[in-house]
Design a binder for this molecule. Structure first.
Ligand SMILES: Nc1ncnc2c1ncn2[C@@H]1O[C@H](COP(=O)(O)OP(=O)(O)OP(=O)(O)O)[C@@H](O)[C@H]1O
Ligand SMILES: [Mg+2]
Length: 460
């Protein structure tokens, strides 16, 4: 008997029992064969993990194969999918490749062709996983990826540490580019749900009618364009995390449906009757003040309270400038690596410009600035003149204003002292003093008032 434990696993998705049988026969001893007779069943098996290669029939009874392909790729971006198409559907095959299939085979199958397609797909899958695991520390947004050790960031870390141990809903607010998605990913990838999908959806970027079907899915025929069944984000994020980005963009009617789903922990696909239980952690993000949106009746207050269980506020970068040098050196290191450069970092002067600038685009802007500087520089130290126009000019203007201010301050100080001395000399006689100073009595009176100089008792 063959030990199947160490064999790679192939999932064959086809509604035809004879096809499934023949895969079993052909792959016997080479692969573990798991089968699914519908798109839905296939997705469930992929979501459980440990599938290496999928053979997916493009014509399934319950769903469009391409749609299933897309859902599989969203669920596990590493698994290799081979589409099985009828011999006359080249267009479909092309579309399948565009949507992330690694190969396609045409019916009727040839045993040798199946084996070599599976071997090739397996090599591809191993390569993808290897690349991803090599990249994982930087790219999958682990905790260490969040840079900043100022007081405000430390508070954020302590909140994250608490919420990763539970499923509480988190609402992250902050200006654009402050790191909301980064924090959301860090929560997911450090939580017990990390093996399951993190599914982001931008609630502002999608028209409401489409958004509902993105969130809840739809059945075939739910509306005119619904030619096949589609799983929604709630189902795709099953046992994982659903990241509702730009939540303030939700129209009121979608808000009502979302609230219902969150309260009842179940959904129904559009046009469907079956109730589907959901198990997702919700993290929402907003770059506008949601409380204000509630006051202005643009956002339901009951939904706000349901989302705002654990609020996380990411302060704009200009309010946590202490993090800037650390962020700069982090990105210098990162882009030196990316561009294979050896730039030594920023001169003290240049760093001063970086910390003085107010970063309206927050960390994203800072990251882009450093990226560009490293890409353009061949080595050595980044000097103020290397900096982008905005940062250099605004910094310089501010500096010269500061200096002008200092001069003004100095001359004011000098003027006050001078008047005081003259007044002392003339025993407080303002008429005499005004004459010596060469100004009118009234002008002297005003200046004395402004400088807080008291009238002295006039000596005779
Ligand atoms: N504290 C941080 N440490 C390291 N990188 C950060 C930090 N904050 C943000 N970034 C980086 O800045 C970029 C923008 O972050 P992110 O996309 O999370 O911002 P956002 O708040 O979601 O912005 P938007 O509101 O525009 O969607 C990302 O590349 C992210 O990795
Ligand atoms: Mg974002």
């Amino acid at each position: 008997m063959i030990d199947t434990a160490n064999l790679p696993t192939v999932l064959v998705v086809d509604d035809e029992p004879s096809v499934l049988e023949s895969f079993h026969a052909i792959f016997d001893g080479r692969f573990n064969v798991v089968t699914a007779r519908s798109g839905n069943e296939a997705l469930k098996k992929v979501a459980r993990g440990s599938i290496n290669v999928v053979f997916l029939d493009i014509a399934l009874p319950d769903a469009d194969g391409l749609q299933v392909l897309r859902s599989i790729r969203q669920c596990d971006g590493n698994v290799s999918v081979i589409m099985a198409t009828a011999s006359d559907s080249a267009r479909m095959a092309v579309q399948a490749l565009q949507w992330g299939a690694c190969d396609y085979i045409t019916k009727p199958f040839d045993a040798q062709e199946l084996i070599s397609a599976a071997d090739k797909a397996l090599r591809q899958e191993r390569l993808t996983r290897k690349i991803l695991s090599a990249r994982a520390p930087q790219e999958t947004c682990l905790f260490e990826n969040i840079i900043g050790n100022g007081k405000k960031m430390k508070e954020i870390y302590s909140v994250i540490e608490k919420v990763i141990t539970n499923d509480a809903t988190v609402l992250i607010s902050g200006e654009s580019g402050t790191g909301k998605e980064l924090i959301a990913r860090a929560i997911h990838y450090n939580s017990g749900r990390k093996q399951k999908p993190f599914v982001p959806i931008n609630c502002a970027g999608i028209p409401s009618n489409l958004l509902e079907s993105e969130l809840f899915g739809h059945e075939r025929g739910a509306y005119t364009d619904a030619t096949c069944q589609k799983l929604g984000m709630f189902e795709l994020a099953h046992e994982g995390t659903l990241f509702l980005d730009e939540i303030s963009g939700l129209k009121l009617e979608v808000q009502a449906n979302l609230l219902r789903a969150l309260e009842e922990r179940e959904i129904r696909r559009l046009g469907g009757v079956r109730i589907i239980k959901i198990d997702v952690r919700i993290i929402a993000a907003t770059n506008v003040d949601l409380r204000r949106a509630v006051e202005e009746k643009r956002f339901r207050h009951d939904l706000f309270y349901r989302l705002n269980v654990i609020p996380v506020y990411l302060a704009p970068l200009r309010e946590r400038k202490e993090d800037i040098p650390l962020l700069v050196s982090h990105f210098v290191g990162k882009y030196n690596q990316v561009f294979r450069k050896n730039v030594d970092g920023f001169s003290a002067d240049a760093m001063k410009y970086m910390t003085d600038y107010d970063w309206p685009g927050n960390v994203r802007e800072l990251k882009n600035v450093v990226e560009r500087l490293i890409a353009l520089k061949d080595g050595g130290v980044i000097a103020p003149q290397d900096l982008p126009f905005d940062i250099f000019v605004k910094g310089s203007v501010r500096k010269s204003l500061d200096q002008a201010g200092a001069l003004r301050q100095a001359s004011k100080g000098f003027e006050r002292k001078y008047i005081e001395t003259v007044l002392e000399r003339v025993g407080g006689n303002q008429v005499k003093a005004a004459k010596i100073l060469g100004i009118h009595r009234n002008a002297l009176f005003n200046k004395m008032k402004n400088f807080g100089l008291k009238k002295q008792a006039q000596g005779k």
